[in-house]
Each structure stands twice: as structure tokens, then as C-alpha cells.
Ligand binder design. Structure first.
Ligand code: MN
Ligand code: MN
Length: 453
């Protein structure tokens, strides 16, 4: 079914609405890549998945997961065919644009304590001021012990925020372009205003440090070995009087991560080819580093699987990769009724009209894109049509309006079939993004059909 209105396809909406309750809970809990890995691990264990290290030998039907440094996870249901014959892979990223706390963050100014930050990923900085923000992360002490910090998402927690200038005194500011209205170095977080009476100087900062010492047993220097992320506070919510959409932080790309994850967790019968879901980190900054899609982690895990199957050699590993097929499950641009001028309607994705195939992404003359093979697209059309799944095709906006990229090209570099297939989003990279509940459910069905095929 090509680009039909899903709300007309379904007779009743119970399954769609129920599925989205699980999704809202996932993104409400999974505000960072670490928290997404923790939540994914919990759901995987409940579904009978076991850690890779616990297997001495692998056989068809085994359910396996592997965690990489707490920020990247892969899951497998071992198929009837050997790994060498290729995997059906769903790959999504679980990092989202946000604001990171600097290594030496705390300072005091005019009786406020503040934290210096450095934003992560592509954001419109002016969208991140005067909204309630939460803090999630880890602080490692020198002795190797770790404390987790989670402040701002429980209803009784305090929240944080970044200030903006009152309109009354904004005569100069209002002349600036949108990229300069709020500058990166000014995205500083307000964290307190009560002075510590006995302190000699910077009394408000001293009081914040005293609270951190008391509640987390950390010193100022411990920020040097911390990873703390500032994200929008509060839960994902229904959006619209008809509750047809979800408003939340981090749909890009946790909406495809959750639907991919659920697809592999819900596999009932042993698949022919080994099914795989990989949830990666660092996509928003180029998929680099040990936990990004470019890391050798993924190929190492495939090698481990071949080995546990009793079948490892370098050539078989290369066969396994070449014979694999992948949906790069990442979000796409939804047509926005307020900004119709940036999309071309025949080749755009509409909310509520199904999973989006992006043959290519990139910018300008398709620069930097993975351009999926047409025979692979035909293969997918056949899977979707025979499973009564609604899909659409799109580009990331009009030619020469901008563009973007995903992890698709990285896995395609192993010479496997890859295409971007995800859920259309409005307000992408804003603190509050929007998706259609119908697309969330349809993507889950599409991913399930693909990895079982
Ligand atoms: Mn994305
Ligand atoms: Mn993104």
C-alpha cells in the first residue's frame, strides 16, 4: 500500500494506541543513549534475551544481546541459516541533539550558580532557552566508582533552565539573525541561588558543591570525569484533541529505535536469516568513535557470532556482511502545513501515511548519500505489499533546501543492501518533536516483516 492515510486503513485504533503507550514510556525513561541502552536491556531480558558472553555455542532460535560501553547495544535472534548467509539488520541511533555539561562547568555570577555547556548535534539554539530542563548522566570518581545523576524528570524534582532576555530590553537582540540570537557560549544552565553562609567566596557555587557532596559524594574535580547531558524535562505526551500524535523529546531517532527493538523482541518463530537490531550512539555528530556506527564494534560482534556458531574465518565474516540486508531505521522529514515551501509534495512524507523509504539522503547533488539499489527497493515493496503494510517514499525536502545524513552509508560500506526506512517527524531536533502514532505502529509492523523475511 503506497502512501495511504493509515487512520482510514484501520477499523479501530486500539492496537495503535496501546503500542504507543509503550513507546511514550520508553522515550520518557530513555532521555539519553545510556538510559535507552538500560531500558532496551531490561526489555530484552524480559523477552528471554541473554548476554553474548553467557553463550558457549549458538544455535537457531537463540536470543542474544551485546552491550558496548553502556551506550550502544545489539540484539540477535539466531536464524536457521548460517550467519555467513547474511543477517536482516535494523539499525537506529539512540543519541539525540542535546546540551552537554563541560568538563569544568561550575561558576558563579551575580549570586547565581551556573554550569557551562557545549551543545551536541544540530540544534536551533534559541529553541532551548526558557524551557524546563533535566540533567542525566554519570560521574566517575578517581577510584573508578560511578554515581548516576538524574534530576528533573520526576514530578517532584527541581528543573534547570537557560535564560533569555526579556522582550522589554531586546531592541538589540531582535536585530540579530536566528543563529546569533542565542550563541553557543551563552547556553549556560542556572543551577542555584542560595549562598553557603560560611563560605569565603563564590558562596552560591559553594552551596551547590555542598549539596552535590552530600547527595552524590562527589567533589568539583569529579566533573572532569563526568558525562552529564541536559535534556528537556518531563514526559512524552499525547498531541492533538484526537490523541493521534506523540509530542516528546528525542523521537529522532528513539522512535525508530523502539519500533526496531520491539520488532526483534516480538519475533515468535525462528527466522530463516539471523535477525539483528543495532542501536548506535553518536549519529548526530557523525557516527564516529567507539560507540558510533563506524566503530569496529559491530563487525567484531558478527565475528563473535560466527565463532560461537563454530564457523569463523575472515572470508566467512566478509560473506556474512556482503550477504546482509539492512533498513537504516532513521526518521524522515514530515510535511509541515506551516512550511510547505521546503518540500516537494510528490516526493515528501506525510504524517500518518506509513513508513518512509528514503532511497537517498545527502545534500546538494545527493552529496554524502547512500543511494539504495532499485532491486532492493523492489524486494521491500514486495514484502510490504504482501504484509498489507503502508509505506511512502520521500526526499529530505526540496532539492537545494538543505539535507542530512544517517548511518545508512556506513553499513553499506560493508557492501550490503541498505536503505533508510523510518518514521516522518515534525519539529526535528527541537526540544519537542512530533510523530503520528499510526506511523509508529506501522513502522513496527514493517520492521517485523523485514527481519522475518
Ligand atoms: Mn536521525
Ligand atoms: Mn538527527
Amino acid at each position: 500500500m503506497y502512501r495511504k492515510n493509515l487512520w482510514e486503513k484501520y477499523v479501530n485504533y486500539d492496537e495503535i494506541m496501546n503500542f504507543n503507550e509503550g513507546y511514550k514510556e520508553f522515550i520518557t525513561k530513555g532521555k539519553t543513549e545510556r538510559l535507552c541502552v538500560a531500558e532496551a536491556t531490561k526489555l530484552a531480558q524480559e523477552a528471554g534475551f541473554k548476554p553474548l558472553e553467557s553463550f558457549k555455542h549458538l544455535k537457531a532460535g537463540d536470543k542474544v544481546y551485546s552491550i558496548n560501553r553502556g551506550k550502544n547495544i545489539s540484539l540477535f535472534v539466531i536464524g536457521k541459516k548460517s550467519i555467513e548467509q547474511g543477517l536482516n539488520i535494523l539499525g537506529a541511533h539512540i543519541d539525540s541533539p542535546r546540551i552537554d555539561v563541560k568538563q569544568n562547568p561550575l561558576y558563579e555570577s551575580t549570586n547565581f550558580a551556573l554550569m557551562d555547556t557545549h551543545y551536541y548535534g544540530g540544534i536551533k539554539k534559541y529553541q532551548w532557552v526558557t524551557i524546563p530542563l533535566a540533567m542525566h548522566g554519570v560521574i566517575y570518581r578517581k577510584d573508578g566508582s560511578c554515581v548516576e545523576v538524574h534530576i528533573g524528570d520526576k514530578p517532584t524534582d527541581p528543573v534547570f533552565g537557560i535564560g533569555d532576555l526579556l522582550i522589554h530590553l531586546s531592541a538589540d537582540q531582535m536585530q540579530k539573525t536566528a543563529s546569533k540570537v542565542i550563541e553557543g557560549e551563552d547556553l549556560d544552565l542556572t543551577v542555584g541561588s542560595i549562598p553557603l553562609k560560611d563560605a569565603e567566596k563564590d558562596k552560591v557555587k559553594a552551596n551547590v558543591l555542598a549539596i552535590l557532596k552530600k547527595e552524590y559524594n562527589v567533589d568539583e574535580e569529579d566533573f572532569l570525569s563526568a558525562e552529564i547531558e541536559i535534556v528537556p524535562a518531563g514526559p512524552a505526551r499525547d498531541y492533538g484533541i484526537d490523541r493521534s500524535m506523540v509530542a516528546g523529546y528525542g523521537h529522532d531517532d528513539r522512535v525508530c529505535a523502539y519500533t526496531s527493538l520491539k520488532a526483534i523482541l516480538d519475533i515468535k518463530e525462528v527466522p530463516n536469516n539471523t535477525a539483528c537490531v543495532i542501536l548506535t550512539d553518536k549519529e548526530e555528530v557523525g557516527s564516529i568513535g567507539a560507540t558510533g556506527a563506524q566503530s569496529s564494534y559491530f563487525i567484531n560482534v558478527i565475528a563473535e557470532l560466527l565463532n560461537l556458531e563454530g564457523n569463523y574465518d575472515e572470508l566467512k565474516l566478509r560473506h556474512a556482511l556482503t550477504n546482509s540486508k539492512m533498513l537504516s531505521s532513521d526518521v524522515s522529514v514530515g510535511v509541515d502545513p506551516l512550511f510547505l515551501n521546503v518540500t516537494e509534495s510528490k516526493n515528501s512524507a506525510f504524517l500518518g501515511h506509513g513508513i518512509v523509504l528514503n532511497k537517498f539522503t545527502g545534500s546538494r547533488g545527493k552529496g554524502g548519500c547512500n543511494d539504495a539499489d532499485p532491486d532492493f527497493i523492489a524486494y521491500l515493496r514486495n514484502i510490504f505489499d504482501s504484509n498489507d503494510i503502508c509505506f511512502q517514499t520521500a526526499e529530505l525536502g526540496k532539492v537545494d533546501q538543505g539535507g542530512g545524513g544517517t548511518i545508512a552509508y556506513i553499513l553499506a560500506n560493508y557492501n550490503m543492501h541498505v536503505i533508510d526506512a523510518g518514521i516522518p517527524v515534525l519539529n526535528m531536533h527541537a526540544p519537542m518533536e512530533i510523530v503520528s502514532k499510526a506511523d509508529v505502529y506501522e513502522a513496527y509492523l514493517a520492521y517485523m516483516a523485514f527481519i522475518k523475511a
